[in-house]
Design a protein around this ligand. Sequence first.
Ligand code: MG
Length: 377
Amino acid sequence: MSFQLLTKARKRTVFSYLLSRAFSHRSERACRPTFGIAFDIDGVLLLGNSPVGGSPGALKRLYDADGKLKIPYVFLTNGGGYPEAKRAFELSKLLGINVTPSQVLQGHSPFKQLVKRFENDLIVAVGKGEPAAVMTEYGFRYVLSIDEYASCFENIDPLAPYKKWTTKLAVTQNAKFNESVPRNDVFSKRVQAAFVVSDPVDWSRDIQVLCDILKTGGLPGRNVGPQPHIYFANDDLEYQTKFPSERLGMGAFRIALESIFNRIHPQSLEYTSFGKPHPSVFKNAEILLEKLVASLYDDFYDINHDNTSYFKTLYMIGDNPAVDIKGARQTGHPWFSILTRTGVFKGKENHDKFSADLVVDTVEEAVDYILTKECAS
Ligand SMILES: [Mg+2]
């Protein structure tokens, strides 16, 4: 008798346990977001180093009260110049949130895919910030910044004596010459590829030195040789900073370099550009967002067996119609484009050529729209 009572009691306990598990499991599933967000940075979250459009408050809504991430999101920028970990640290400070390096996708992030091809070759990294550090972090072994590289060649920049701020000074006084590349190697080893990691600082010197590298087959001052590869992290013609009108970006630098190279060399410049609006950038962002969900929910892989997209909607919030909106629209499902008015786009209505799914004033409004629609706020 007592045995039966015990059994009944145990059955009841087990039943109620299973019931509660089923309910908690179901509610967990209902809460697990089937949407994600990709934020452009310049002109959406920041203007220069200042937050814009209520960005700190908008991003805080994606975390719970304990500061734990509850809505999967990434930063999807064409900008760069610093390794992802350093950029994550800076963004955390500027926006008052805890950003992890895996949430930062920069224009140069796809350069990682080229490590195997150029791992043991001499390469030159161009741009503001720490372009050589970015490439070294990705696994390239013989990298020199264009500052370091140019400093090896006397008189390569005839305008250097007139540059009061000279990058030559910066190199000799501050920067350490990359010791993994012996100085003598630059006179005997051909540069196999140039990577424009971020916006070039000294256009006249960089165009001169890149033309030298590209037309000689990687040995400036020598005879003509086959053109080494050149890769650009993005092809943005313009971008928005604190200045009232747009500034010239890497795409403008590419046009300048290409126009000049094509006038001094019999063959046209061959180059590859990465960054938005290429659909591959958005597909990669989707993969990273899925990984982010998997890191937040242990049973993610148990329920997501098939190869279809996990997300019902992915929101791209950007300020540049030709870059952010065009890219999201070209990629198609599950991307939904939201255009803000805090950066490049300042129109009253939608953009006429690359119209967004939604136009708002600020990123704060965009996040509010998303959370209300997804019932997650
Ligand atoms: Mg932007």
